[in-house]
Design a protein around this ligand. Structure first.
Ligand SMILES: Cc1cc2nc3c(=O)[nH]c(=O)nc-3n(C[C@H](O)[C@H](O)[C@H](O)COP(=O)(O)OP(=O)(O)OC[C@H]3O[C@@H](n4cnc5c(N)ncnc54)[C@H](O)[C@@H]3O)c2cc1C
Length: 405
């Protein structure tokens, strides 16, 4: 098997690069290079540029806006976007609920939601986790009682990313109590503007507002918003979660950050010499690069395998492997940035979050923006080993794949 791109694939890569150079708004790219926070408007703006080009949802069927690209072409596109860097698609919409609706949604749901997902007209959030039901997701308690043509929801979700932006939530709810707790769960689409929904911010340790608690108090949801069959939501959730983990390695993101670290290390000095000449720093950087190359090769082997046998998506075990290694490498790159920034890597709180945490010092930047963001970025990305299934859970999945049950 050759892990080299064919001439056709190289031409395709050049086409993607040319498009990114001419189309990614400069201010958005600049923010990403400095590990700045993208606004909702930034992400929507970029998604609409992609949609006009016809590249918003390349992995979907052509009838819903897909491209018919090969697995390798899809891989190239994703990696090039990450490495440029350009904003990732809103994964809750494009990679999670979109494919679930395509596979299991009603015709009406497809017509109503899919074009709006491609254009990011609706912002989606994921309502799976609850207090006491994270790793053990099937223990969830939020209840949906059928009442005529509606379900009535009561309960609580937690860690809901960007729920404060969301128009819609895809949500797991308990509709019955079976002998097995995986039975009796249903998959509902909930309009976030419905009466009885309260969204409360959770401020994370870097001072950011990204995650929330969501409370349901007699929220009425039309029965037409049920995806697939009642009580079979666990099957659809499993399908969704393996898609979530498969896109999480983010090799291109780490490549972009390493490129940036090298640029900065050439101009940041320690004891009179650029950091790039510091032996210990170089060794650490090289070790991360070697790991990243190995992860890239693993991912390419999987993509080549997909291409060869017509399978799409990776198995549970390989998705877990990519997630663990991808997270470790991304966390290592943020650590290198903190080392580069030295004592300038002081955490700060932006104005929006400050309103939520109350009165505390928030002076102007006295360092380059990248350095002021180094520590918050480092703390922010600790989340990678928790969300989408914690590292311990991924290791359990891997062990089961290797040793059997
Ligand atoms: C930043 C962030 C964003 C998130 N966004 C969303 C979102 O948008 N929507 C959503 O639904 N959820 C979201 N989550 C929730 C996330 O999926 C859960 O946090 C995760 O599944 C872990 O669940 P938990 O927090 O309840 O921890 P727990 O399940 O309570 O685990 C606590 C610790 O015990 C370990 N553990 C638990 N069970 C086992 C076991 N069987 N074997 C070995 N170790 C075990 C875990 O690995 C962990 O270290 C988000 C989480 C974070 C941190």
């Amino acid at each position: 098997m050759y892990l080299q791109l064919t001439p056709r694939e190289l031409t395709f890569r050049d086409e993607v690069r040319a498009f990114l150079s001419s189309s990614v708004p400069r201010d958005i790219r600049e923010k990403m290079l400095n590990d700045g926070r993208l606004s909702k408007e930034d992400i929507v703006r970029w998604q609409r540029i992609l949609n006009v080009k016809g590249w918003a949802v390349p992995h979907w069927p052509v009838e819903w806006g897909g491209t018919n690209w090969t697995a390798v072409e899809r891989y190239i596109f994703r990696e090039e976007m990450q490495a440029f860097p350009a904003p990732p698609p809103l994964d809750f919409a494009v990679d999670m609920i979109g494919p679930v609706l395509i596979a299991h949604g009603s015709d009406e749901q497809k017509r109503q939601f899919l074009p709006r997902i491609a254009n990011l007209d609706d912002w989606w959030c994921q309502g799976f986790s609850e207090p006491g039901a994270g790793s053990d997701l099937a223990a969830l308690k939020t209840a949906a009682r059928r009442d005529g043509d509606e379900y009535v929801l009561n309960g609580q979700k937690i860690w809901t990313t960007m729920a404060h932006y969301a128009d819609w939530m895809f949500c797991l709810v308990r509709t019955a109590r079976g002998e097995k707790k995986q039975n009796g769960i249903s998959f509902l689409l909930v309009n976030m503007k419905s009466e009885g929904i309260t969204v409360r911010p959770i401020i994370t340790m870097e001072g950011d507002h990204e995650v929330n608690e969501v409370f349901f108090d007699d929220v009425r949801v039309p029965a037409a918003n049920l995806v697939g069959e009642q009580d079979r939501g666990w099957d659809y959730a499993k399908f969704l979660l393996s898609n979530e983990r498969a896109t999480i390695a983010r090799v291109g993101v780490s490549k972009a950050r390493i490129r940036r670290i090298k640029e900065l290390a050439a101009s940041e000095y320690c004891m009179g010499r650029p950091m790039i000449e510091n032996r210990r720093f170089r060794e650490k950087l090289a070790a991360v690069e070697v790991e990243l190359k190995a992860l890239e090769m693993t991912q390419l082997r999987l993509v080549a395998g997909e291409e060869g046998n017509g399978r799409t998506g990776s198995s549970d075990a390989t998705a877990s492997l990519l997630k663990i290694k991808g997270a470790e490498i991304q966390q290592a790159t943020t650590e290198l940035l903190v080392e580069l920034a030295g004592h300038f890597a002081m955490p700060f709180i932006d104005n929006e979050s400050q309103e939520l945490v109350g009165d505390c010092w928030n002076g102007p930047f006295v360092t380059p923006e990248w350095a002021a963001r180094a520590a918050p970025t480092y703390f922010h990305w600790r989340k990678m080993s928790i969300y989408g299934g914690s590292d311990e859970i991924q290791r359990n999945v891997l062990a089961r794949g290797i040793f059997g049950r």
